[in-house]
Design a protein. Structure first.
Length: 656
């Protein structure tokens, strides 16, 4: 037990003395067909008594006394249990009991709404009246239900903080994360699958969202720990059995990190049946992780567990967890999957900590800090394959985006790092996705990139990043049906990711399904105003004969050289040749070193074939990544009947 738990118990004592008097205020609360009498301590529905346990009554009374506002779990625990320490799991059981007593239909507006990771809200319209002044006892008082679930668990013993060995280094925090991720993910999954078998057909794919771990330490510097724990749990659960279980990707769930969102709304947003709520708290050499698995349709808590660890015991956990996982879910997994779970996954704890920090900075676009932490992770543990993949991505970004490393050097270091990762772990899906990226944009080895992407999704079919890469690769080879399937799978697993939706739009655009492409690009912009969609929409509008509409989209574009390109195209379609020439001239004069392919597109659209092929050759010589689109680019269609087009495709090693 952590010290914060002691603080919570102390705070509850301070309110415990006034708890009974504050709750039993002598009022009758009416909502819908129900009447809650705080003096008689009865709940009735149309004059019929509804049985409740005493503590369930107290929980409902406090909620009804505070309608239409968020009641945090801590506030509710203090109000009802006072000086007795109670696990959150007890509270969720009472909430579940109350919902059944109130016939709280999950298909309709709920009376008791769960606010993800925060608490609850009573949404009924409540009227208050004075209770009848009588000493007559009610014919039937609140029924006490004897069950194995006590109203409160005994206060757990707290280890003497002075007796705990001092742990000056932070290595144990990383070890906690590594062990706890496995423990929470697979044990929770095993328990949940036991419940799910009773409610879901085995042939139906079940969707789960792992909400961001809530950092309860009070230290913002520990956010990387909470975020890393979230991502590792998603990754682990996503690999268990992708055909039966789909796990929503990090990008879509992280948007709920600082939101007080209703659980049923999250379920609708993400199209999931189950949500895993989590929190992590560190204090005085201890760490506590709490996880709760919730069924969205009725907000019932199927499984809840608290885990308390001492630093000295952490390194013994992983082997025990692996064996427990093999026992719990072997009937649901293939022999190979069982073997993978039983296989030891040793990692240096300090290296794991550095790896998590590298991920944290990488996701925030700080390539230099990410590279520094990834490099430290590989120095501490040279056998850490995932850290080498992270370092490869950071080195590429340093060369390509940040500009802090010379281009050729950055690409070379990126290749060396991912090659090291594959040598260490030939079955690491994210390494194949990364080497595919390098083969496509650095080597112009489209076939090799396609093979790497196929290998990645075969190893980890539940990773949206790999699915998006494979979808792009399939599109470039003209395999549109395959590309659409992959892109839609990526959206299913990452529904709030604008990049996933925009990728589907690009595929539809390139295969000629323009109306569908417009709808998906607009959806991408709804998800994020920064989605790469305005330029594509302007091109589609021109091809649809709506160049005036294209101008409005061009204005919203962020990169100037793309705006100039699209102005040159739209003005040409409108017959405003002077305006088209002015924009095109500025594009060539200012951006000829980085926009050779875009210049070729304009020439092709204007039916100036000689100039178009000249700039395509320049783009190839400059290693412009745009040339890979030559086979499927709608703006190059005017070149298709020219023999030079077929020759250029052969030069690119693309099918003709």
């Amino acid at each position: 037990m952590v010290s914060d738990s002691l603080d919570s118990a102390t705070r509850r004592r301070s309110v415990g003395k006034d708890r009974e008097s504050s709750l039993a205020d002598g009022h009758v609360y009416r909502f819908g067909q129900f009447a809650l009498d705080s003096r008689k301590r009865t709940l009735s529905r149309a004059d019929s008594l509804v049985p409740l346990t005493p503590k369930a009554f107290d929980v409902l009374l406090f909620l009804v006394q505070n309608p239409n506002r968020l009641i945090t779990k801590e506030e509710l625990l203090q109000a009802v249990w006072g000086d007795t320490f109670v696990e959150e799991g007890n509270l969720t059981q009472y909430i579940s009991h109350l919902r059944k007593a109130l016939d709280d239909n999950p298909e309709d507006t709920r009376l008791i709404v769960t606010i993800a990771r925060k608490g609850y809200q009573f949404t009924g319209e409540v009227t208050v009246a004075e209770a009848a002044d009588t000493t007559r006892q009610a014919a039937a008082q609140v029924t006490t239900v004897e069950s194995s679930r006590a109203d409160a668990r005994p206060v757990q013993e707290i280890p003497n903080q002075e007796a705990i060995p001092k742990t000056p280094r932070r290595w144990w925090k990383a070890a906690v994360v590594g062990a706890s991720v496995v423990l929470l993910g697979v044990v929770g999954f095993a328990s949940w699958r036991h419940s799910a078998r009773m409610t879901s057909p085995s042939s139906q794919k079940i969707m789960l969202a792992v909400l961001p771990f809530e950092n309860l330490s009070g230290d913002p510097n520990q956010e990387y720990l909470a975020d890393g724990l979230t991502e590792q749990t998603i990754s682990l659960l996503g690999r268990l059995n992708p055909e039966q279980l789909g796990v929503i990707a990090r990008t879509s769930v992280m948007g709920y990190k600082h939101k007080d969102e209703r659980l049923d709304q999250i379920g609708r947003d993400l199209s999931v049946q189950y949500v895993l709520e989590n929190s992590v708290r560190e204090s005085g050499g201890h760490i506590r992780i709490t996880a709760q698995l919730i069924q969205v349709k009725d907000q019932t808590h199927l499984w809840s567990q608290d885990y308390d660890y001492l630093a000295k015991d952490i390194l013994n956990v992983q082997d025990d967890v692996a064996r427990a996982v093999a026992r719990e879910i072997r009937l649901r997994l293939s022999s190979q999957q069982q073997a993978d779970l039983a296989r030891p996954r040793p990692v240096n704890p300090e290296a794991f900590d550095a790896y998590l920090q590298g991920r944290y900075f990488s996701q925030r676009g700080n390539a230099d800090m990410a590279a520094s932490y990834y490099e430290r992770a590989t120095q501490l543990d040279p056998s850490y394959a995932r850290a080498w993949v992270g370092l490869s991505k950071a080195r590429y970004d340093q060369a390509d985006t940040a500009g802090s490393v010379p281009t050729e050097e950055g690409y070379r270091l990126a290749r060396e790092a991912v090659d090291r990762a594959l040598a260490l772990d030939p079955n690491l899906a994210e390494a194949y996705t990364q080497i595919g990226f390098i083969k496509r944009f650095v080597d112009f080895d489209w076939v090799g990139a396609d093979e790497s992407n196929q290998r990645a999704i075969a190893l980890e079919p539940g990773d949206p990043e790999s699915l998006r890469a494979a979808a792009t690769s399939a599109t470039l080879f003209g395999r549109y049906g395959e590309a659409l399937g992959l892109a839609r799978r990526a959206i299913e697993l990452d529904p709030l990711n604008a990049a996933s939706r925009a990728r589907l739009g690009w595929i539809e655009y390139q295969m000629g399904s323009l109306d569908e492409a417009v709808a998906d690009f607009k959806r991408a912009l709804e998800l994020s105003p920064d989605a790469p969609a305005h330029g594509a929409l302007s091109e589609i509008y021109v091809l649809q004969g709506r160049p005036q509409d294209a101008l409005a989209e061009i204005e919203r574009g962020r990169l100037k050289f793309y705006r100039l390109q699209h102005y040159a195209i739209a003005y040409h379609a409108l017959g405003r040749e002077k305006d088209s020439d002015a924009a095109f001239t500025e594009l060539i004069e200012k951006y000829d070193k980085i926009a050779a392919f875009q210049i070729a597109e304009v020439y092709a659209f204007r039916k100036q074939a000689n100039e178009a092929f000249e700039w395509l050759d320049r783009a190839y010589a400059q290693r412009d990544g745009g040339v890979i689109q030559t086979k499927v680019d709608p703006l190059l269609k005017n070149l298709h009947g020219d023999p030079r087009y077929v020759a250029f495709l052969k030069k690119l090693n693309l099918p003709t």
